[in-house]
Design a protein around this ligand. Structure first.
Ligand code: SAM
Length: 790
């Protein structure tokens, strides 16, 4: 029995407790770390994260060393933490406590077994043992030439004799030794090397002849199987791993439209294309929901690879918290994924094949998305995603979703030795074919017999051609009140799209139709956005006069609904039904009667909604990262905020805040030389007056603002300074997760390109910060101008 005369250092004890609790699903890593109130949250987070990441290796070591059997009173989690610290982190242990001494006594034995780990007697696949996949860039070099080059370098090719023997193939992969490599049985341009084989310094990598891309991430482009010369749309393209593969499949002949909303990531894509000799890619930096057949002409193949939880990525930080699934976030992602997939299937009339993929292993982002979409889509069928693959495939979607599950393909790290991935394939119906999953189709489900199945090319063109100008013609007998009713109704429905779930859609076939219509119109509106930029029908332009009012009102309504997002689905649905019923009474629900103004105001709101959705997803991701260790800081800030609010009009406080806000303005003035002089004059005068006479200023402003808006300038300034303070503190105080994130980003961007998707969140976080800072500065400038410019 241990006599704890010298206690185990608190860092180890706390880390062990947290690791155990995370492992037992008692909370998320970040929450538990925060709750410990440990002074060094950064160190504790890093230690627990590493311990959990090494869980399988630790189990192996504990088993082999028999440490816990020999020391039955040893707390297994303290043992894990100490071993992690000793073998993979600090390489030493602090203090003289008994547990520390015990682990040090086992150091030699443990080290010996670590060698076994590296010799692959450790069977499970994790980041350390996942093979190194190398995709040959067939644009610059043929597969045979690349293989010959590797052989010339001394690598030995291991042949897989029976391409149908998947188990044998996997065994061969796990038996690869240092100088051996194989060719994948599914993707011929993919080579497989032993785990951790280093290629970043290899000349072929530097020259763009090879790409380091996980097998799972190569499957979508391979399965899409676009022929050379064809036109492909990559809907969420950046940073471009799959785009580059698509281009290679086309042999640089044809076109790949690469769309992404994120400018920075798209730039990475462009750089990559340049490096690897891709010339057939055209990038579009836009929200994909605003893109249609006018922007991307005659698209034949579409890849939909939207933002997802990334839960399938081996070694991903999130995997440390497998059971603590962020349900809210997943639902948001799912809403976005459904929206984007529907857009792909509805807005590109020449498309014949659409592949949907995620690097998630959650059915909510996979089978559920497919089920939701395929039961509403009239002109596509779901096909067996594995049918393109020459070799056998073993992992498919869950039986829970019937045939839908069977047709979808999964890759599973523990089986397929690559990242977890999901793929579904849609093919356009040919004449006479039908989508058997369509909910209103009598062949599927029990929802009625009035379903219409689109069969021919003509119907397809009717349904998908854009824009349908007729729909914009305003019915003369419609009153403004009626229009507004319709407008609001549409907004509620738009708001709901994200919340539509399978239960709702099955509830009633007619209701389903309505939802469909709204979604269709939403997509039409997205198309409309583009028309606004370009040549819109002059008739429509004429009617623009009344729009501003409607837009503002409409968007206000939308915003209200957004803030009411906490309502239950049921509440929203009831509201929707109520409004629909009201509108029905006045004959508003006929889509043909949709007038131009409403259409346009919906469009504006849709823009907003798309943005909101995108931002919501981003926000969620950002929050996850940012809140990790700043919770404590934020709580302190919240307290401070409350305190400040109570003394809002205290002159001293106002003065302090004004000074801080001046700092921001000054920085901005420096940055933006064009507005320098004006801002300086206004800013300086303003600062002077405000510093000298803040109370007067508030009064003047209050009087003025009564006429304009009712805004308390101090509140705004306080808010601004708070944001600014948060920012500056964040900059100074290093977020403990930053190190880990940075490592992952660096690793991904500068080296292992196959993990790019992993870093979506982190790359986006930075962008958001910049946006926020700019917003603060602009608000401040506006405030100053409002107050002091006569
Ligand atoms: C999973 S990543 C794509 C990875 C990429 N296909 C590859 O293989 O390198 C998802 C991408 O979708 C982009 N995205 C998210 N919302 C979008 C939107 N509304 N429109 C266009 N792109 C969007 C993100 O910026 C991100 O780059």
């Amino acid at each position: 029995m241990f006599e704890h005369s010298i206690p185990v250092p608190r860092l180890y004890r706390s880390a062990a407790k947290i690791a155990e609790n995370v492992n037992n699903n008692k909370g998320s890593l970040k929450d538990l770390v925060y709750q410990t109130k440990h002074p060094n949250t950064k160190a504790i987070y890093a230690l627990v994260a590493e311990t959990l990441k090494r869980n399988k290796e630790l189990e192996f070591l504990l088993k082999r060393s028999k440490l816990l059997e020999k020391e039955p009173r040893f707390n297994p989690w303290v043992a894990r933490v100490l071993i992690t610290e000793l073998l993979w982190r600090k390489k030493k242990l602090a203090g003289e406590s008994k547990p520390v001494k015990t682990i040090l006594a086992y150091q030699q034995i443990l080290n010996a077994h670590v060698v076994d780990l590296h010799n692959k007697s450790y069977p499970d696949v994790d980041k350390a043992s996942k093979p190194r996949f190398v995709r040959i860039n067939t644009i610059l070099i043929s597969v045979s030439d690349a293989i010959d080059s590797f052989r010339d370098e001394g690598w030995k090719l291991v042949h897989q004799k029976d391409a149908k023997d998947y188990d044998g193939f996997l065994e061969n992969i796990s038996n690869l030794v240092e100088d051996q490599f194989m060719v994948d049985i599914h993707i011929p341009e993919l080579l497989i090397f032993p785990p951790n084989t280093e290629f970043h310094a290899h000349q072929a990598y530097k020259d763009g002849l090879i790409l380091l891309q996980d097998k799972a991430s190569c499957l979508p482009a391979h399965i899409l199987k676009a022929e050379p010369g064809s036109i492909v749309l990559d809907m969420c393209a950046a940073p471009g791993m799959k785009t580059s593969h698509l281009a290679a499949k086309l042999n640089n002949n044809g076109k790949v439209y690469a769309v992404d909303l994120d400018t920075k990531r798209l730039k990475t894509l462009e750089d990559l294309m340049q490096k690897i000799g891709v010339t057939c890619v055209e990038t579009i930096n836009k929200d994909i929901l605003q893109i249609n057949n006018i922007h991307c002409k005659d698209v034949e193949y579409i890849l939909v690879d939207p933002s997802c939880s990334g839960s399938g990525i081996v070694g991903r930080l999130d995997l440390l918290e497998p059971a603590v699934k962020d349900v809210k976030r997943i639902q948001k992602l799912r809403g976005f994924q459904i929206m984007i997939l529907k857009h792909a299937l509805r807005r590109f009339p020449n498309a014949k094949k659409v592949v949907y993929s995620t690097c998630s292993i959650y059915p909510e982002e996979n089978e559920e998305v497919i089920q939701e979409v395929i039961t509403q889509i009239k002109n596509y069928k779901l096909v067996d995603a594995s049918s393109v693959l020459k070799g056998p495939w073993i992992n498919f979607g869950s039986d829970k979703y019937g045939d839908i599950g069977k047709f979808c393909l999964y890759s599973k790290p523990e089986k397929d030795m690559c990242n977890g991935f999901f793929i579904a394939v849609f093919e356009r119906l040919k004449d006479g074919e039908e989508n058997k999953y369509l909910v209103s189709n009598p062949h599927y489900g029990n929802t009625g017999s009035n379903g219409q199945v689109f069969k021919g090319t003509e119907e397809r063109k009717k349904s998908e051609s854009i824009p349908d100008i007729e729909a914009y013609n305003e019915p003369k007998n419609k009153t403004k009140k009626q229009k507004n009713k319709r407008k609001k109704c549409t907004n509620i429905e738009d708001q709901q799209i994200i919340n539509i779930n399978q239960e709702e859609s099955k509830r009633n076939g007619h209701k389903m139709e309505n939802v469909n219509n709204n979604d269709d119109s939403k997509d039409d509106l997205a198309q409309d956005n583009f028309l606004n930029d370009g040549d819109r029908n002059p008739k429509k332009k004429k009617k623009k006069k009344n729009k501003p009012e409607l837009e503002t009102e409409n968007c206000k309504e939308n915003r209200k609904l957004e803030t009411k997002n906490n309502c239950s689905d049921e509440e929203i649905r009831m509201k929707k039904d109520k409004k629909k019923q009201r509108n029905k009474n006045v004959g508003d629900l006929n889509d043909d009667n949709v007038d131009q103004q409403i259409e346009h105001s919906d469009e504006i709101c849709m823009k907003k909604k798309n943005k909101t959705e995108f931002e919501a997803v981003k926000y969620d991701k950002d929050q996850q990262l940012e809140s990790c260790y700043n919770d404590e800081i934020y709580t302190k800030k919240d307290k401070k905020k409350k305190k400040n609010k109570t003394v809002d009009l205290n002159e001293k406080n106002v003065e302090q805040k004004l000074e801080r806000s001046d700092e921001i303005c000054t920085t901005n003035v420096e940055k933006k030389k064009k507005v320098k002089t004006r801002n300086e004059v206004i800013g300086e005068n303003a600062d002077q007056i405000m510093t000298e006479n803040p109370k007067d200023c508030s009064e003047i402003y209050t009087k003025k603002s009564k006429k304009k808006k009712k805004i308390n300038p101090t509140d705004d300034l306080i808010e601004c300074s708070e944001i600014y303070t948060k920012k500056s503190k964040k900059k100074k105080k290093i977020n403990p997760t930053d190190d880990l994130i940075e490592q992952m980003v660096d690793q991904s961007i500068t080296s292992t390109q196959d993990d790019y998707a992993l870093n979506d969140d982190y790359v986006n976080t930075g962008k958001k910060h910049n946006q926020n800072t700019n917003t603060v500065v602009i608000i401040l400038q506006l405030l100053k101008m409002q107050i002091y410019v006569p």
